[in-house]
Ligand binder design. Structure first.
Ligand code: AVJ
Length: 329
């Protein structure tokens, strides 16, 4: 079986500016216009995202952290020992410390295997976490879990706790979500556990307005995060986007169950991108991101189709966010 999954273009960050040109031109010549989501995370964009996670309107990060604090003791009991923890897209693993602290009380030493594209983020994670949890053995893998193979090490008889948190799965289409989880499942054995963090769809518990505001905050940080994509293109591939001629838009797409972020052209204009003249009409948008939101039924289907069965779901008191414990079957 080949665990490598077909790369969604959204996450293939090219390394040469001609490759960036190619990807950007393809998106801007398409109808509707799109830009790939990896463009968000240059250095400034990553800082802006950190600021987003601290905004009053952006409840996701804060809520997930609270749920981790609440569930950590139960989780440790559920997974039992011996145990190893791996994490997809770990980044700086700032929320993982809560869980690892609890788990390390039941198991010393505890092997933690973060997988991330960013070597610097993983290094920071290793430094911070080993200071916080001295019993931890951190064994990072620098890999893009979407496009590259990764390994999961299993010390003798250990059960694996796989973390895929932070609503990261929400950036992918349903087909891609399934591929990511199936690929993960191929590294696991029955009775290993997946901990999945997802944002819930609006409904009785969460208003459209609350969701919308999480992606269009009053301080304009998300707007800056979105527009930073244009700044990046101006700098990296000599494009000439005029930032004040675009507006940040966040809108709920009910039929796809996702928040979409767009950059709307406020005037009719022509932009030069790698020698290509791109015309935008007034009101035309460039689609920059999808953030999928889940119903209970959708979570169940996704898990079942990927070889997991839901064990329990924890939600906050508002019912806005979910951390799902699922067992590999
Ligand atoms: C990093 C994918 C979880 O979709 O909520 C935040 C990215 N975009 N505000 C999300 C994001 C705009 C975020 N994820």
């Amino acid at each position: 079986m080949d665990p490598l999954i077909e790369a969604p273009e959204a996450l293939e960050a090219p390394t040469t500016s001609s490759a960036v040109c190619e990807a950007v031109q393809a998106g801007l010549n398409a109808t509707p216009k799109t830009l790939p989501a990896w463009l968000f995370y240059d250095e400034h964009g990553s800082q802006l995202f950190e600021r987003i996670t601290e905004l009053p309107e952006y409840y996701l990060t804060r809520t997930e952290r609270h749920l981790f604090v609440e569930m950590a003791p139960t989780l440790a009991e559920h997974v039992g020992t011996p145990l190893t923890v791996m994490e997809l897209g770990a980044g700086t693993a700032s929320k993982t410390g809560v869980l690892l602290t609890a788990l390390a009380q039941h198991q010393t030493p505890l092997l933690y295997q973060p997988i991330d594209v960013s070597a610097s983020a993983t290094e920071e994670a290793a430094n911070v976490l080993t200071r916080l949890v001295p019993q931890l053995q951190v064994q990072p893998q620098i890999a893009n879990y979407i496009t590259e193979r990764y390994d999961v090490e299993r010390p003798a008889n250990a059960r694996v706790l796989a973390l895929y948190i932070g609503s990261s799965i929400g950036n992918f289409s349903p087909a891609e979500q399934q591929n990511i989880l199936r690929n993960l499942r191929s590294h696991l054995e029955p009775r290993d556990t997946l901990l999945l963090g997802l944002d819930l769809a609006p409904g009785d518990a969460k208003s459209h307005d609350a969701l919308q505001k999480a992606y269009d905050d009053d301080a304009g940080v998300t707007a800056a995060f979105n527009k930073n994509v244009l700044t990046r293109l101006n700098r990296e591939i000599d494009a000439d986007f005029k930032l004040d001629q675009f507006a940040h838009r966040a809108c709920w797409n009910a039929s796809e169950s996702r928040i979409e972020m767009h950059l709307e052209s406020l005037v009719s204009q022509t932009v030069n991108v790698c020698g290509d003249a791109i015309t935008l009409s007034k009101g035309e948008t460039i689609h920059t991101e999808n953030s999928y939101k889940f119903t209970d039924a959708a979570i169940n289907t996704l898990l079942q189709d990927s070889g997991f069965s839901m064990n329990r779901t924890l939600t906050d008191e508002n019912g806005w966010y979910a951390v799902v414990m699922a067992d590999a079957v």
